[in-house]
Design a protein around this ligand. Structure first.
Ligand SMILES: *[C@@H]1O[C@H](CO)[C@@H](O)[C@H](O)[C@H]1NC(C)=O
Ligand SMILES: *[C@@H]1O[C@H](CO)[C@@H](O)[C@H](O)[C@H]1NC(C)=O
Ligand SMILES: *[C@@H]1O[C@H](CO)[C@@H](O)[C@H](O)[C@H]1NC(C)=O
Length: 285
């Protein structure tokens, strides 16, 4: 069994790009102009307690799939809750996936893939995500904003900065922890290497050689180099387009949050208030 994943043709082969980042397809912008087979991921052997293993995806999932992920030693899932379709829309798969992940005992983080070319401002797209979750009884404590695939952004870096700022300001107004999902190349292209971002913004960076197991980099932060405003990383995406438990996912490692709760902090139950599902707060810095 294998899954077919659709990729956009954003094969940005910019010469300035570091060698390790030659492929800039965007897994989050489904486009079937290029299809590849997602090969099975290698087994997680989690013997490094300072890292949690995670996957990120936007596909619809079942409880069986998420229970399988938990058994396969994944601690947390990063679930897309805003899709860049149209002007940016709440991701209808998110609520079911979050409920299933909660039932499976997985930690849950949510990310948004905003639509920078939209009649909706950044904060309005954030509100679609936030209200979509809250109206379904889900408490949101953190948000990750995807800033990748420069071709999908405005040409003006100052417009892009204002757009990102609009999302961050709204999320902070609601008391959320905010993280950015990007890398040095994307950040430079999209924001012109914006450095004055507030230092409390977390970073989830990606580095892969290409899709599949053979395109993976190390599942730790040893390849991280500071860029833009980011001195440290909290999450790394080290694999893309692999199949785990019949879901096509990207693979991540993250610094575990709340040291005093190190053992239980990744358990969704530790973040439950009166049975209410809480997303965000599983990642440290
Ligand atoms: C997919 O990408 C190609 C090339 O960029 C584009 O022409 C096509 O319209 C896209 N398809 C969809 C469904 O977005
Ligand atoms: C990072 O991962 C690689 C490959 O698994 C391993 O050889 C290396 O020792 C790791 N580095 C650290 C600092 O954990
Ligand atoms: C973050 O950076 C600081 C120095 O700027 C360093 O002391 C700390 O160990 C780093 N944390 C991680 C998780 O790498």
């Amino acid at each position: 069994m294998f899954k077919i994943l659709a990729f956009s043709t954003l094969l940005v082969l910019a010469s300035a790009r570091p060698q390790a980042e030659l492929i800039s397809y965007s897994h989050a912008y489904g486009n079937d102009s290029q299809t590849i087979k997602a090969e099975p991921a290698t087994v997680v052997v989690n013997n490094d307690v300072s890292f949690g293993q995670a996957v990120d995806f936007s596909a619809a999932t079942s409880l069986t799939m998420l229970t399988c992920l938990k058994k396969a030693n994944y601690k947390t899932v990063f679930v897309r809750a805003l899709s860049p379709a149209g002007n940016g829309v709440f991701d209808i798969n998110a609520v079911t996936t979050i409920r299933n992940a909660y039932s499976a005992g997985l930690g849950i983080e949510v990310y948004m893939t905003p639509q920078p070319i939209s009649s909706l401002q950044g904060y309005q797209q954030f509100d679609l995500l936030y209200n979509g979750l809250v109206n379904n009884g889900i408490t949101v404590r953190a948000i990750w904003i995807q800033v990748t695939s420069p071709a999908n952004w405005q040409k003006s870096t100052s417009i892009n900065i204002n757009f990102i700022n609009s999302i961050i300001a709204r999320a902070k107004q609601y008391g959320l922890t905010v993280g950015i999902y990007s890398n040095q190349y994307d950040w430079n292209q999209i924001t012109g290497n914006w450095v004055t971002l507030s230092s409390d913004i977390l970073l989830w960076y990606w580095n892969v050689y290409g899709p599949g197991v053979s395109g993976e980099t190390k599942p730790n932060f040893t390849d991280f180099r500071a860029f833009g405003p980011f001195k440290n990383a909290s999450v790394k995406q080290y694999g893309q387009a692999e199949s785990v438990c019949q879901i096509t996912v990207n693979r991540d490692v993250y610094a575990v949050g709340i040291p005093s709760m190190a053992k239980s902090s990744q358990e969704a139950s530790a973040f439950s208030k009166n049975g209410e599902i809480v997303v965000g707060g599983f990642v440290g810095n």
